[in-house]
Design a protein around this ligand. Structure first.
Ligand SMILES: CC(C)(COP(=O)(O)OP(=O)(O)OC[C@H]1O[C@@H](n2cnc3c(N)ncnc32)[C@H](O)[C@@H]1OP(=O)(O)O)[C@@H](O)C(=O)NCCC(=O)NCCS
Length: 171
């Protein structure tokens, strides 16, 4: 099914909030990044789109884009592309985070979103993207290795261990 990456809009509220609540149980990833409990969805949309449009980038955001993955008119996931990294993100998180909502997995959506994200990163000058995941995240490891990313090394801190992959981006 054709898939697109797009900015969140206010009318996504019901699907997006349902996805966010589903993902609260996930050990690896939030769905609506930096969503504050009780915050009006419209306020979150305004904040996140200001980052993606380059107008305002408060912590914990980094310059980049937060985009929903849409398939068949439905929000099935999201990506967070980081165009610039601070030291922590460079070592442990990398240029790209992605989530496909549980009900939409194993349909190739993450693979397609990864390819589209790679092209977007390439367009802003990132030729080798760092992508990381938890060593116990078998789905993400298989996804990245299937997409041709190269395992570089483990990144280890007192509180976390991440597998670092290098992904050659292309337009
Ligand atoms: C990782 C994740 C994004 C994969 O999304 P997806 O849309 O199901 O992935 P795809 O359908 O594109 O799968 C592509 C390949 O990845 C591998 N894969 C995906 N899920 C897998 C799983 N649960 N176990 C093993 N391999 C898996 C398979 O090789 C798959 O190809 P196949 O279906 O032809 O066998 C999804 O499981 C997810 O959102 N997980 C929670 C959030 C997360 O961990 N994000 C990454 C943090 S680093």
């Amino acid at each position: 099914m054709a898939l697109s990456l797009r900015l969140p809009v206010i009318t996504d509220e019901i699907e997006a909030m349902a996805g966010h609540h589903q993902m609260l149980a996930d050990p690896f990833m939030d769905f609506l990044l930096d969503y504050r409990p009780g915050e009006p969805f419209a306020a979150w949309v305004e904040r996140v789109n200001a980052v993606s449009l380059g107008t305002h980038c408060p912590e914990p955001w980094l310059p980049g884009e937060f985009l929903f993955i849409e398939a068949g008119g439905v929000v099935v996931g999201r990506v967070w592309l980081r165009h610039r990294l601070d030291a922590h993100m460079a070592e442990y998180e990398g240029h790209l985070g992605y989530v496909v909502l549980p009900g939409f997995r194993r349909r190739g959506y993450a693979s397609q979103a990864l390819a589209m994200s790679s092209a977007r990163l390439h367009r802003v000058g990132i030729e080798i993207a760092v992508v990381t995941c938890d060593p116990s995240n078998e789905a993400s490891i298989a996804l990245l290795e299937g997409a041709g990313a190269t395992f570089e090394r483990l990144a280890v801190s007192p509180t976390m261990t991440r597998r670092r992959y290098l992904l050659a981006t292309s337009a």
